[in-house]
Design a protein around this ligand. Structure first.
Ligand code: ADP
Ligand code: MG
Length: 468
């Protein structure tokens, strides 16, 4: 009797060898990926009374292992030991294995190891307070993405990791990503929510190299609880940056931190993706946001009207929703334009007024990209650079100036979004466009010749019939 009991209480080294063997045997059942992601950082804690206790790094891993792998592990361990074995999972980081490990550990509460403070140099981007789940209108086109985002916000790191959201410009990806961040912050004010864009990541990484602060960069990026990476198509197509992205991703993924990524295209079309990263992404959940149907567009406008505190008849809402179909940002802008027109002319908001506002909108090229092309074309002619130069990474003075002027004029004349404008230059980010416009504006004030050139060019483009 006593003998049997002592046989059951195995000491550390033996425990470890049973566990290693169990891992090898369980791999064909649950897959290598699962072993690497979830079981590798797990340590055997004790084996008592037919119960094999595993210690995991955190509560998320504990829940996941219990749900998904405990049964397979129990089967394997039962086979291995030739005695019925159950698996029990605990999350006590740092606890020492052994017979009385459990008792000792109970006295001092585990808690996460203290993390060093994140660095201000690599601070994430702020969240837009409008982008919440409450303000998000759910329709056919985004139902699945919305549900997935909600699930992730409810139990980060547990179910859908990573979550990958993709879809065209202005369809609500950023809004959803940030809504997850808001929801989490609300529930856990101390959670480290990091929202960055592909471009922020790239520029942070480059800064870290230039200033020899790689260590600080890694500490900050790898210390987040939830990583929301927007527009990952803008991560620089450079080996070192892509490698760093992969390592950050891996580190967070393997420690069960939630990762949510957004892109304008699915992983298989992303140039930056190495196979191993793509496989990881595709093993998570991928959701597409499509173009909203008419009902959804009307509902979005209704919500927007309510937010603006004004009443607009369904007829008018339908009118606008009919005219702008594939970009919610443009849809909202058209609506706001109409409200502005009503307020300026002190006229009631009618379908006629909506038509008027919309036609101005169309003429400005806001609803198409045609005038963007026209602007780019005219600027290239004037500065004697090719359109390919403009979209390339060329940095000589003439090309840079032409690029800035083109961006500036696009912003003034087309009122397309900064992202759309960036898209005309090989996918520059909105902040790059904004920076270029602001820089040129400053230069125009200081340089009379340049100011006159740009003025002439603007006049010529605006007067070009049929192109805009
Ligand atoms: P993307 O990141 O896909 O380019 P955004 O998330 O920036 O698009 O959305 C563009 C604009 O449209 C934002 O102002 C956003 O709040 C709004 N929007 C997008 N989808 C919805 C939706 N389903 N409900 C309410 N507003 C939306
Ligand atoms: Mg976006």
């Amino acid at each position: 009797m006593n003998d049997q009991l002592s046989l059951e209480i195995e000491e550390g080294a033996e425990l470890q060898s049973v566990w290693s063997e169990a891992l090898a045997r369980v791999e064909p059942r649950i897959g290598r990926e699962a072993v690497e992601s979830w079981l590798k950082d797990t340590t055997p804690f004790s084996l008592e009374g037919g119960v094999f206790t595993l210690n995991t790094p955190n509560a998320t891993a504990k829940t996941w292992i219990e749900k998904k792998y405990a049964r397979s592990l129990a089967t394997v361990l039962t086979d291995l030991r030739g005695a019925e074995t159950q698996v029990h999972v605990i999350a006590r980081p740092g606890a020492k294995p052994g017979k009385d490990g459990a008792r000792k550990e109970k006295q001092h509460q585990p808690a996460r190891p203290a993390r060093p403070a994140p660095s201000a140099l690599f601070a994430p981007l702020p969240l837009n307070e409008k982008y919440t789940f409450e303000n998000y209108v759910v329709g056919q086109s985004n139902r699945f993405a919305y549900a997935a985002a909600n699930a992730v916000a409810d139990s980060p790191g547990r179910g859908y990791n990573p979550l990958f959201i993709y879809g065209g410009v202005g369809l609500g990806k950023t809004h959803l990503l940030q809504a997850i961040g808001h929801a989490l912050k609300l529930r856990e004010p101390n959670a480290r929510v990091a929202y960055v864009s592909g471009e922020t990541f790239t520029s942070h990484f480059i800064t870290s190299l230039r200033e020899h602060r790689e260590e600080e960069f890694r500490r900050t990026y790898r210390g987040v609880d939830i990583w929301l990476v927007d527009d990952i198509q803008f991560i620089a197509d450079k080996t070192s940056t892509k490698e760093e992205f992969f390592h950050t991703f891996n580190e967070l993924y393997l420690t069960n931190r939630q990762i949510v990524l957004a892109s304008d295209r699915p992983p298989r079309e992303l140039r930056l993706m190495e196979d191993r990263l793509r496989t990881r992404l595709e093993s998570g959940l991928m959701v597409e946001i499509g173009e909203p149907d008419l009902e959804t567009r009307v509902a979005i406008l209704q919500k927007r009207a309510a937010l603006e505190g004004c009443e607009v008849s369904p007829e008018v809402l339908y009118h606008i929703a009919h005219s702008v179909t594939n970009n919610i940002r443009v849809l909202e802008a058209a609506f706001i334009r109409m409200l502005a027109l009503a307020s300026l002319t002190r006229s009631p908001v009618t379908a006629e007024l909506a038509a008027k506002a919309l036609s101005a909108f169309v003429q400005e090229g806001r609803m198409t990209n045609i005038s963007l092309l026209a602007i780019r074309h005219a600027v290239c002619q004037h500065f004697k650079v090719t359109e390919a130069d403009l979209t390339s990474a060329r940095r000589d003075r003439q090309t840079c100036l032409a690029r800035q002027v083109a961006m500036y004029l696009m912003r003034q004349l087309s009122r397309s979004s900064l992202v759309e404008i960036g898209g005309m230059f090989g996918g520059k980010s909105h902040s790059t466009v904004l920076y270029a416009c602001e820089k040129l504006e400053k230069d125009l004030k200081a340089d009379k010749d340049l100011e006159s050139t740009v003025r002439t060019l603007r006049g010529r483009i605006a007067a070009t019939p049929g192109e805009g």
